[in-house]
Design a protein around this ligand. Sequence first.
Ligand code: TGC
Ligand code: FAD
Length: 392
Amino acid sequence: MALKFRGVDFIEFDTLLNDDERLVRDTSRKFIEDNLIPIIEECNRAGRFPRELVKPMADLGFFGASLTGYGCAGMSTVEYGLVTQELERGDSGVRSFVSVQSALVMYPIYAFGSDEQKDLWLPAMQQGEKLGCFGLTEPDFGSNPGGMRTRARKVGNEYVLNGEKMWITSGSIADVAVIWAKVENEDNNIRGFLVEANRPGFRAFDIHGKWSLRASVTSGLSMQDVHIPESNLLPKSGGLKSPLMCLNQARYGIAWGAIGAAMSCYDCALQYSQLRKQFHNEPIASRQLVQEKLAWMISEITKAQLLVLQVGRLKDQDKVQHQHISMAKRNNVWMALECARLSRDILGANGIADEYPIMRHMMNLESVKTYEGTHDIHTLIIGNSVTGIDAF
Ligand code: TGC
Ligand code: FAD
């Protein structure tokens, strides 16, 4: 039984949005409803990224949406957040693709790149003609990227890169990878490099057997004596702070995206509970235990909306701090995962079938809880912020 999404707004949250924000949200919602919802279960089963959506998403301005110039849409950060909310209501994997292209590849080129790099890559990436990936995590360094082993050595007017990156979204479909490496002859300073996928010695291989983010490509990257010209160094990058600045952009989008996944689960469970009858021929929605689950979900979704909207408003005013974003990512992804579990429960056995979106969201959210800083790493970031004590 297909249940059509009806939107979720308990406290007239929409009145906190301006006309432009509502327009962006509604346009994104319609796009997802018309183009992603009809194919996502097939993509999830097949483990297929819906590449056919790249061009239409580019046409709607989804890539580099909050950047200005280079053909980018120049959206406010709240508008960009509403786009990611709608994308993730469709599927976390498709939102992941957009997050990486926008926040983790276009943003570092925009923030740390030379004019030549920006002119070369940003318009093509905005158009979806070129795709990117972001290589920070390594097989032995996930939560602690500062320990990375990937090295760059300056030799004449080139850099030579060696190392391994792991769990890289869009790795094998990317035309260019933003690779973070320690520069040996620069005191092991962490710098960002643009590595084109066709460079000799660069290899991307897909990670198979995922139970999560099946509609997204996840890869490992191997670099063996990859020579790149010095013009491929992101000149304004330097230190671990640079990749962490990119993560702030992406974590913010995830905090909105998770609300989308939660809305999808909640609205499905609510509609189902009103239709499903057990005992006395009455809907399960009439039972207190079911209502408690629905009340918990709508309360948490509403609190998550208010939290991320405030973080977005601060970001638009250039007042946001990274611990604010950590709180929104941590809370909203946890909240969404709990909503997925409660919604699955309300659907009983039907909850495990991919006729409904819930189990797919639940599996996806397990990755979302881990990537971009695990739930517990964000706990420690907030703990550090309030106590001043580093407990990593
Ligand atoms: P630490 O000494 O604390 O920090 C190093 C420097 O960075 C500054 N800093 C930040 N700056 C901007 N934004 C942030 N969020 C920042 N966090 C810290 C810090 O002030 C310091 O600056 P300075 O000037 O003193 O040098 O570094 P640490 O090595 O102790 O690590 C701290 C920690 C745990 C917070 C950090 O390493 C971390 O966040 N770990 C989690 C790793 C992570 O999130 N990886 C994500 C990989 S990408 C990904 O998952 C993409 S999934 C995409 C998708 O498919 O959607
Ligand atoms: P670990 O760091 O080994 O952590 C394992 C457990 O230990 C976690 O529960 C963690 O919270 C806990 N832990 C670690 N340190 C501490 C501590 N000090 N105190 C308490 N607990 C601790 N990375 C990229 O660079 N680019 C990408 O595009 C990308 N895409 C991804 C896509 C997917 C589908 C997934 C699953 C991951 C992706 N990642 C990517 C990697 C992701 O960022 C890492 O998985 C994440 O940072 C956690 O690292 P880890 O998996 O090595 O776990």
